[in-house]
Design a protein around this ligand. Structure first.
Ligand SMILES: CC(C)(COP(=O)(O)OP(=O)(O)OC[C@H]1O[C@@H](n2cnc3c(N)ncnc32)[C@H](O)[C@@H]1OP(=O)(O)O)[C@@H](O)C(=O)NCCC(=O)NCCSC(=O)C[C@H](O)C(=O)O
Ligand SMILES: [Mg+2]
Length: 294
């Protein structure tokens, strides 16, 4: 079974907020995104960079995946952010406003020159109209060894700003873009996380977006507040009924009488080997979640 990394909940926190970073070491999020970009004011950029890098070097984040979101390379802070982040060897460096594969190649090249540990991956924010139009080309960068791309993260606030498309309940105007990004990610074998839900006090609205993203095939949701973690973890985890079904499908194909068969009937439904593959993924995710024990 392929090992799966759970990314049900990915919590952003401003790099300038030391209290939030300290608190994050105890929060049950699968991924922590220490932000140097939009949540940090220009005057606080240098201090936030130093603070985030010291925190990553200090460690203590347990099984949580630690990601540093840098400023864009063409901003006044991007180059310094990238060099400092690379030295601390987080799990990944998240690059904002990626609009072409060339941006990722530029980041990859710098990581090679900086002799950055091979374990450091690149994640790309998909949050510009060009990124949607070039999603497959950007995701294809994962096949270039230098580029290290392993995950897309949607930025629907920036997409709304650029396109004037409204962020409305149900997200109908944004859904085609979400699915284009999803198809590009899956076609190239990388992970993909949904954008944030801005309303901190609306758990029902958050639930609706998490369920929509789960059904659409996303690995998890990016979050902005600790009170959003539990819901995302629950919704992006397999339910007991899904686990039972997955176990039944996997076991059915292991029976000696089914070894040579491509399709079988199970509880009145046709089940093919592709369903057994899907079942193995569900079982693998459940196993990986259990192993994390945050
Ligand atoms: C939105 C907030 C500014 C609200 O902060 P605050 O008013 O302090 O919230 P609370 O008083 O309810 O906080 C309770 C405790 O929880 C801690 N806390 C709050 N938020 C976080 C967090 N994100 N991570 C870790 N810990 C957090 C507080 O410190 C309190 O702790 P304690 O003192 O022990 O009680 C704030 O939630 C916040 O800053 N959120 C993150 C904002 C952010 O990072 N934004 C950038 C990413 S979103 C984005 O850019 C998406 C994309 O690019 C796009 O385009 O869409
Ligand atoms: Mg953004």
């Amino acid at each position: 079974m392929t090992e799966i990394r759970p990314r049900r909940s990915a919590l952003y926190m401003p790099g300038s907020n030391l209290r939030a970073i300290e608190k994050a070491r105890t929060l049950p999020a699968d991924v922590l995104i220490l932000d140097l970009e939009d949540s940090v004011a220009p005057d606080a950029k240098a201090e936030a960079r130093a603070q985030v890098c010291a925190a990553v070097e200090q460690g203590g984040f347990g099984p949580r995946e630690v990601v540093i979101r840098i400023n864009a390379l063409d901003s006044p802070w991007g180059e310094d952010d990238l060099a400092a982040a690379a030295r601390t060897a987080p799990d990944a460096i998240l690059v904002p406003k990626v609009s072409s594969p060339e941006t990722l190649a530029a980041v990859g090249l710098r990581l090679r020159r900086l002799k950055t540990a091979e374990t450091v991956r690149i994640w790309a924010m998909i949050e510009t109209a060009h990124a949607i139009l070039r999603a497959d080309a950007i995701a294809s960068a994962t096949h270039d060894v230098d580029t290290r791309l392993s995950c897309f993260v949607l930025g629907l606030n920036d997409l709304a700003r650029e396109t004037q498309t409204r962020l409305v309940p149900g997200r109908a105007p944004m859904l085609p873009w979400m699915m284009i990004a999803l198809a590009a990610a899956r076609a190239n074998g990388i992970a993909i996380l949904d954008g944030v839900y801005n309303n901190l006090s609306d758990q029902e609205g958050l639930r609706a977006e998490c369920e929509q993203a789960r059904d659409a095939g996303f690995d998890g949701k990016t979050l902005i507040h600790p009170n959003q973690i539990a819901l995302a973890n629950t919704i992006f985890s397999p339910t007991p009924a899904e686990l039972e079904e997955a176990q039944a499908v996997a076991s059915a194909f292991e029976k000696p009488e089914n070894v040579g068969r491509g399709a079988i009937a199970l509880n009145g439904r046709m089940v093919e080997r592709l369903h057994a593959d899907m079942a193995q993924r569900v079982l693998g995710l459940a196993q990986a979640i259990e192993k994390r024990c945050v």
